[in-house]
Design a protein around this ligand. Structure first.
Ligand SMILES: C[S@@+](CC[C@H](N)C(=O)[O-])C[C@H]1O[C@@H](n2cnc3c(N)ncnc32)[C@H](O)[C@@H]1O
Length: 573
């Protein structure tokens, strides 16, 4: 068995003992196959010995370290215990997880532990918002200044804060790799290197921040960048906050939560819910909604409908009466929209933000004329013009493939320019003109009905062979809908079909604010997230299939969009 050390900073009082006891119990009840978890609590401040005595029976398997009082006196914002967990962590763990006391694992997360160990990574969910900055200084300026001052280096802005407002400009919500420190996973192989840097940076940051409380998260970000270790932005399910913005933005993640972070206190008091029998039952009976409701049912399922800690009774806890976790989506979903056309207001906003407003307008006109709608998803206002812009110099008579064409204006736009296009789509629904109200971007459409330069093939990509070599292949929002093995096979096929020097253009949906490829298709999971893969893994698949990368651009939280977007431009070598 591989070892995972779970490191929790805490104060030695009733509230924290009860939260840690709940975590310990929940961890024991998860079905561990390959990993052996051990819980370590780092306790700073004056202990409440009566509470310790009462809770000791439920903390028997927890390694407890009491931080010296002098450290607690010297460090504000609980950094005595937080820094100590890094300083005194076990040396033999394969993965170490820094977890806040108000987090609770509700599903086994061995898959992500395997991934972090195998990739020698630091991984976690990107912080929700920018940290507070000095007046007149932007978040980006703060990052650049702090990185330069404390590490002598520049920082990249490849990531995005995970809870941006709907219209947040990409640029302002870009961040370096910067995690919410409720749950941070660090591979044992890189832990010492990252932590040595963290421990130097963290105290030095205090005087440079208007709110030094954030020094820990920022220090970990700078230390990870400085150490040059592999980083991975995980989906929300691995640190899901009981927060309304998160439940609205990440409904699929809420359906699959592995670790809850019950930090928001408006619906219940996180310090009390596990601390007494009456508070526990009161919590289980609260009429909650959204993420709080899912958290409540997970607690009930895992910890039980009976309070498991008779704090004055050292007898082992009775087996809980369990209740089933909800199977239906946690939040009632709006029924799918029938009419799929983008509103004039949204188009106007997209056009203003577009690098190629001219192409976007042409594509909207073509789509509306052909299908009666322009798909009402912001990512399409980016990816269609992006592909068109890269193919606009193809001479008439060039041959191009559109894989998973669905109902897209691009084959018609290319055909109008004299390009010969083959489209491939295997969808069981055939869309026959005239357009119907319920059409969306999915389905087989025979483009020959509208333009003689397009030939449409109603089959899977794996069953298709072009009649001759092609100059370019593109595929828009299709590759994430297929399993990893089919995706790999498709890339090899594309390489085989392209002439040497031919272009492959891919636009790929991502789980927002993460490094992970979107793993759902028409509402169903294609395969588990970690099997489906990450941006890095896809780029590696491309290189091994014989492609040279010209550009890969990541839009992690595009405006008003459910998914992130990866744009890839490469050449067949
Ligand atoms: C999200 S729609 C994208 C449609 C289109 N590319 C666009 O830009 O509007 C995905 C389309 O890919 C098709 N598709 C997915 N996997 C496929 C495969 N293995 N072979 C052929 N078509 C596939 C689906 O049938 C669907 O019509």
């Amino acid at each position: 068995m591989k070892k995972v050390a779970i490191l929790i900073p805490a104060s030695p009082n009733l509230a924290f003992f009860s939260q840690i006891a709940a975590s310990a119990l929940a961890l024991r009840r998860l079905d561990w196959q390959r990993w052996e978890p051990t819980l370590y609590a780092f306790l700073g401040g004056e202990p409440d010995f009566a509470a310790l005595e009462a809770w000791r029976p439920y903390l028997r398997d927890t390694m407890m370290t009491f931080v010296p009082a002098s450290l607690s006196d010297a460090h504000r914002f609980y950094y005595a215990q937080i820094d100590s967990l890094f300083r005194c962590a076990p040396v033999d763990a394969d993965v170490l997880v820094r977890m806040d006391a108000d987090t609770l694992a509700v599903q086994n997360f061995e898959d992500v532990l395997d991934y972090v160990a195998a990739t020698n990574s630091v991984a976690g969910v990107t912080a929700h918002f920018p940290f507070p900055t000095w007046p007149g200084v932007t978040s980006r300026q703060s990052w650049i200044g702090l990185a330069h001052l404390l590490t002598g280096r520049s920082v990249g802005f490849e990531h995005a804060y995970s809870l941006p407002p709907a219209d947040a400009p990409q640029d302002e919500w870009a961040t370096p790799f910067y995690l919410n420190d409720g749950v941070v996973l660090i591979a044992g192989s890189v832990f010492a290197d990252v932590v040595e840097r963290y421990l130097k940076l963290r105290p030095n940051l205090m005087d440079h921040l208007p709110d030094p409380y954030f020094s820990g998260q920022i220090a970990l970000a700078l230390a990870t960048a400085q150490a040059g270790v592999h980083s991975c932005a995980l989906p929300m399910r691995y640190n899901f906050p009981n927060d309304e913005l998160a439940e609205a933005r990440y409904p699929e993640e809420l359906d699959n939560v592995c670790i809850f972070h019950y930090l928001r206190t408006h619906a219940f008091d996180r310090q009390k819910i596990f601390a007494s029998v009456s508070a526990y039952h009161e919590f289980l009976e609260l009429p909650l909604t959204g993420a709080n409701k899912v958290f409540q049912s997970c607690v009930s399922r895992l910890i039980g409908s009976e309070y498991p800690f008779a704090a004055t009774d050292a007898a082992p806890a009775a087996r809980p009466k369990t209740v089933q976790a909800p199977r239906d989506p946690a939040i009632a979903r709006a029924p799918p929209k029938q009419h799929r056309d983008m509103s004039a207001e949204d188009l106007c906003a997209a056009s203003a933000a577009s690098e190629r407003g001219d192409l976007l307008r042409d594509l909207v006109d073509i789509s509306r004329a052909a299908f009666g709608f322009f798909v009402d998803q912001f990512t399409y206002t980016v990816n269609y013009p992006w592909v068109a812009g890269r193919l606009e110099n193809l001479p008439a008579g060039s041959r191009v493939l559109d894989l998973g064409a669905g109902l897209s204006p691009l084959p018609l736009w290319l055909a109008d320019r004299g390009v010969l296009v083959d489209t491939v789509d295997k969808h069981p629904i055939t869309r026959t003109l005239p357009p119907a109200e319920d059409w969306n971007g999915w389905g087989f459409f025979d483009y020959r009905q509208l333009h003689p330069n397009v030939a449409s093939h109603h089959c899977a990509i794996a069953e298709f062979t072009p009649v001759c070599e092609v100059d370019a292949v593109y595929s828009i929002c299709v590759l994430t809908h297929m399993p990893r093995a089919t995706r790999e096979d498709t890339l090899w096929r594309c390489h085989g079909w392209l002439r040497s020097g031919g272009r492959l253009l891919l636009t790929i949906d991502l789980i927002p604010a993460t490094d992970f490829l979107w793993n759902r298709s028409e509402g169903k999971e294609v395969e588990p997230l970690l099997v489906h893969g990450t941006i890095d893994e896809l780029l590696r698949q491309l290189t091994s299939a014989g492609f040279q990368l010209n550009e890969s651009r990541v839009l992690r939280t595009p405006r008003r969009s459910r998914t992130g977007l990866l744009l890839i431009d490469c050449t067949a070598t």
